[in-house]
Design a protein around this ligand. Sequence first.
Ligand SMILES: C[S@@+](CC[C@H](N)C(=O)[O-])C[C@H]1O[C@@H](n2cnc3c(N)ncnc32)[C@H](O)[C@@H]1O
Length: 234
Amino acid sequence: MMLPPCSILKDMFESGYAEDGTGGKIPLHSNISRQHARVLYEMVRRHKPAVCVEIGMCLGISALSILTALHENANGGRLISIDPLQTDPAHEKGIGLLNVKRAGLDGLHTLIEKKSYEALPALLADGLQVDFGYIDGWHSFDYALLDFFYLDKMLSVPGIVGFNDCGWRCVHKVLKFVQRYRLYREMDVGIAPSYKASNHLFSLIKRIEGRISNDRYFQKLEDWEPEGGFYTHF
Ligand SMILES: C[S@@+](CC[C@H](N)C(=O)[O-])C[C@H]1O[C@@H](n2cnc3c(N)ncnc32)[C@H](O)[C@@H]1O
């Protein structure tokens, strides 16, 4: 699968490393795949969002995919990344930010170095409208649900929200919430569903449960919420 046209992304995927500010090499980790980077880039190219928010920046693979597309869109679009550990010396050491700068895309980018459950309510209170969200932060059900809950409140119609690690039970449960408690349409992003797992049995279970491993994208159809007291199993 072709990568987004960004030399920094190409270097990282080809070498398997990211460079820190002193020429040191850090093995790539936690990043979205080459295929998911391409899909993310294409989604932003196609839908031309003005404001994108990603949760979980790490070494900057998803950020560079979005920013490369925003740069090519040339319509003033910008990206806000939320990640509490970006410049932490024990974690990413600012490498994600450095990569964005190396790619010359820092003019379109802002980092909020906070936990998403702190940053998102503040953005909502500021009245931010979001057109495109990408959720790849802390993946436990409660955190990922809050990420979606707040993004949904800021998302324009027909804004888009994408999820990474959809095959994980905790994320899959959030996707059920999206489909049962809000009005969204799943988008066809042109990749065949994968149920890849560590063995055949786990793969079969994933298939039965509909737990697709691919990134999944949902388009908001309406600003709609159920009545208070509504409950449905999800
Ligand atoms: C799977 S990685 C993100 C990878 C990134 N999207 C990429 O493609 O390179 C998850 C990131 O979420 C961040 N994270 C952890 N807790 C978080 C929280 N409460 N809010 C937002 N981000 C968080 C971590 O610091 C980590 O960088």
